[in-house]
Design a protein around this ligand. Structure first.
Ligand code: HXC
Length: 257
């Protein structure tokens, strides 16, 4: 498939999606988000891909929704676009998504980052939700996912001032996993992606889903969900292989069955 605003490649079993509107700091117009989600869904179906990595460039992961596109549209037009439906599809991707972010990670860019399961940040990253400065508010999870990630008071401060936080502060609040020098963030993310890609794929997907359930479900329901996943994985070929390999003191060969 050919795209205008993203580029796509594959490295071993990692699918790499790069946001590609560098002149305007990877501002997320509707077409870019459509292309991104179409490719995420394609990679999710592609058996050659086990982990997906989303990145931008050193200067910007993404500076938010495209303000030109929003400025022209009326409330009714934006409502009719139902543009957030495509964002909801992102949370249905079953393979792990690693984010490699640098520079501006703002507004919709921060919301996109929060849709990633693991995030490696360059030490230049500035992460925030500046929508309030435009007289609006986040619409793709900025008040919800950010509050779950960093807690009510930090989220409130970020959302009400619109000021970004540094990569290091984001790390202190658990919003990103790791902060590395700008020269290394993409390689570090790729290394991590390849490590996860070597794990048994069924276990990876069931664990991903189970961890996300922890954000939605009361504890006992989450525990029940976890247990069902545990029993399900006991029926997999890879579980037999993993345990056999341990007993035979050799490396497992996982097939995804
Ligand atoms: C459209 C944008 C843009 C955006 C930057 N540009 N952000 N265009 N939408 N979100 C464009 C600029 O107009 C400019 O184009 C070029 O990118 C470079 O930006 P500068 O402002 O010249 O760079 P700099 O001075 O370094 O400032 C960088 C910045 C600033 C701090 C990131 O650009 C900025 O504040 N951008 C807006 C950030 C923002 O408010 N994001 C939230 C959007 S609302 P020209 O043509 O002049 O060179 C949102 C809602 C999400 O995300 C809802 C869910 C989708």
């Amino acid at each position: 498939m050919s795209y205008e605003f993203i580029t796509v490649s594959i490295d071993e079993t990692v699918g790499l999606i790069t946001l590609n509107r560098p002149k305007i700091l990877n501002a997320l117009n509707l077409q870019l988000v459509d292309e991104l989600v179409a490719e995420l869904e394609r990679m999710d179906r592609d058996p050659a891909i086990r982990v997906i990595l989303i990145t931008g460039n050193e200067q910007a992961f993404a500076a938010g929704a495209d303000i030109n596109e929003m400025a022209e549209a009326s409330a009714i037009e934006i409502m009719k676009r139902n543009q957030f439906a495509v964002w909801d599809r992102m949370s249905l991707i079953s393979k792990p998504i690693i984010g490699a972010v640098s520079g501006f990670v703002l507004g919709g860019g921060c919301e996109l980052m929060m849709n990633c399961d693991i995030v490696i940040a360059s030490e230049t990253a500035q992460i925030g939700q500046p929508e309030i400065k435009l007289g609006v508010m986040p619409g793709a999870g900025g008040t919800q996912r950010l509050t779950r990630a960093v807690g009510l008071r930090k989220a409130m401060e970020m959302l009400l001032t619109g000021d970004p936080i540094s990569a290091r502060e984001a790390w202190q609040y658990g919003l990103v996993n790791r902060v590395v020098p700008v020269e290394a963030y993409l390689q570090e993310a790729l290394k991590l992606a390849k490590k996860v890609a070597k794990q048994p794929p069924l276990a990876v997907q069931v664990i991903k889903k189970s961890v996300h359930k922890a954000e939605d479900l009361p504890l006992q329901e989450g525990m029940d969900y976890e247990r069902s996943g545990f029993y399900l994985l006991l029926a997999s070929e890879d579980r037999k292989e993993g345990m056999q390999a341990f007993l035979e003191k050799r490396k497992p060969r996982f097939t995804g069955n």
